[in-house]
Design a protein around this ligand. Structure first.
Ligand code: BES
Ligand code: MN
Ligand code: ZN
Length: 517
């Protein structure tokens, strides 16, 4: 379920919802009365909220939840009192998780209209609480169910395409009128949710099946997103890729019915903004990775619709950056191709020439990601000479084995830049953990018959893949993020039901906004 968000300031008393969430902090003692400004809601609830608090059962400790049902003939079905504990102690991650639990339950119960009422202090900073809770509610409620038609037997929850657009899946965030600085609060919540909704857009894109999202349709999705948020978008056709001698991405795509595309998204291309520098973000967009002629085993193939999660992260981050209108020049490059086995597919032992002029011996057609990235990295370096460049890719099974869904592998040629990304990740709730990039790793990627080979074998898979990419970035400060583990998972958390995580969107947006400051 995807929720639409509406922010209301003022008339909390008349708000309509299936589930009305009221966050409550405690300061020392157990709260015994409703926060200010909620008496109209309590009246509609037949006084039950105040009664419940007066009884003292609800301690408002972190995570405490008390569901209170309204009178049968009333117009409010249920209110959820949500404990936030001591207001000064609760951190962003905890707030977001609490929101996630609420969102998940609301989505499961199909109670589409959720309202979050934000009482004014004391002790509770409303903009922080509201933004983080709403962020969590949207992520927790997210489920990729758009292809489940009405009455779908499998889960009984599918609502189909029409219901998806219905007004009933909606989150309203309402501030109590007396809250100070309402206009600022609204805009802070709005900004947070730009990022949340961009992460959800990234999840959607990655979760789409590969018969729907292939290079041309990925480019189309970029174009329409760019138009909606005011980004520049340019798409290179396969003819243009040939003109530009992008032999690596062309080789990967040549076995597919769907030709490859290089997609460029650009934000803030003005002289004033360029003064703050130019940042580049490069995403791996393999819309399906069968392994090519070095075919993957059947069991590892279904997840490979997510092999464009790096592209989705760049897509989402560029969307958020545009909506936040961050004052800096940013380019996003997406290398889109489908890796298929066929009579026209590239072969193990082929020698190809990348856009940089460097030659590559193909030893394994399943090491395709680094090939498309080589052309994209080179293109970005040559075209914009960025001050810093980050690439995001579901590049190696080794990263998944090393970190599972819990961290993103980071390496590069600039320790300070890697530290920036780790800090941005920490602020955003995404963990980046460093991996080595040593000369021995570069050596392992040297071919006897060409400049490079595309696989160094099983040993140190994350680092050898990174060492290969390093060969195409020149002296541009660069960090490579391997999200093979963190980009998709069946591990559930309060903020994620499974499938694409949308990892990277938050971290990249946070990093760019720090650079823009
Ligand atoms: N897309 C895969 C990596 C991957 C594996 C991502 C599992 C997410 C989950 C990548 O293209 C790949 O196949 N890598 C190979 C490289 C090897 C042939 C050098 C790998 O990691 O096995
Ligand atoms: Mn592969
Ligand atoms: Zn791949």
């Amino acid at each position: 379920m995807t929720m639409r968000v509406q922010i209301d300031a003022g008339d909390v008393g008349a708000i309509q919802a299936d589930t009305l969430v009221i966050p409550i902090t405690r300061r020392g003692e157990t709260p015994s009365a409703l926060p200010q400004g909620l008496s109209a809601i309590d009246r509609r609830m037949g006084g039950r909220l105040a009664d419940a608090l007066a009884a003292g059962d609800f301690k408002a400790n972190v995570g405490d939840r008390l569901v209170i049902y309204g009178p049968r003939d009333g117009d409010l079905v249920r209110c959820v009192l949500l404990g936030l504990g001591e207001a000064e102690k609760i951190d962003d991650a905890a707030l977001r998780e609490l929101g996630g639990r609420v969102g998940r339950e609301a989505a499961r119960a199909n109670t589409g209209r959720v309202a979050l009422v934000v009482p004014p202090g004391p002790g509770l900073a409303p903009e922080r609480a509201a933004a983080r809770l709403a962020d969590g509610i949207l992520l927790g409620a997210y489920d990729f169910d758009r292809y489940q038609t009405a009455g779908s037997k499998a889960t009984g929850k599918g609502k189909g395409r029409d219901a998806r657009r219905s007004a009933s899946s909606r989150l309203r965030i309402a501030f109590v009128r007396r809250t100070k600085g309402l206009a600022r609060l609204r805009s802070e919540v709005r900004d947070t949710l730009h990022v949340t909704e961009s992460q959800i857009a990234a999840r959607d894109l990655s979760n789409e099946p590969p018969n729907v999202i292939y290079p041309e349709t990925l480019a189309r999705a970029c174009r329409s997103m760019a138009r909606a948020v005011g980004l520049r978008c340019a798409v290179m056709s396969d003819a243009e890729l040939r003109r530009r001698k992008m032999g690596a991405i062309l080789a990967v795509g040549q076995g597919s019915q769907h030709p490859p595309r290089m997609i460029v998204l650009e934000h803030g291309a003005t002289a004033a903004r360029k003064k703050k520098g130019t940042l580049a973000m490069i995403g791996k967009g393999i819309t399906f990775d069968s392994g090519g002629l070095s075919l993957k085993p059947a069991a590892s193939m279904p997840d490979m619709k997510h092999d464009m999660s790096g592209a989705a992260a760049v897509f989402g981050a560029m969307r958020a950056i545009a909506l936040l209108d961050l004052p800096i020049h940013v380019v996003g490059v997406i290398a889109a191709a489908e890796n298929m086995p066929s009579g026209t597919a590239y072969r193990p032992s082929d020698i190809i020439e990348s856009a940089s002029g460097q030659t590559i011996e193909i030893v394994n057609t399943d090491a395709e990601g680094r090939l498309v990235m080589a052309d994209a990295l080179h293109h970005a370096v040559r075209t914009w000479k960025p001050d810093a460049m980050i690439d995001v890719a579901t590049l190696t099974g080794a990263a998944m084995l090393a970190f599972g869904p819990w961290a993103t592998a980071g390496l590069g040629n600039d320790d300070a830049l890697l530290a920036e990304l780790r800090e941005a990740g920490d602020r955003a709730g995404e963990t980046v953990w460093p991996m080595p990039l040593l000369d021995v790793h570069t050596k392992a990627m040297k071919s006897k018959v060409a400049d490079w080979k595309n696989s160094g074998g099983r040993d140190a898979g994350v680092s050898t893949a990174g060492a290969f990419l390093k060969g195409f970035v020149g002296d541009t400060p660069w960090v490579h993020l391997d999200i093979a583990g963190s980009g998709m998972t069946s591990t559930q958390t309060p903020l994620h039901v499974g499938g694409a995580t949308g990892v990277g969107v938050r971290m990249l947006t946070e990093w760019v906004s720090a650079r823009a400051r």
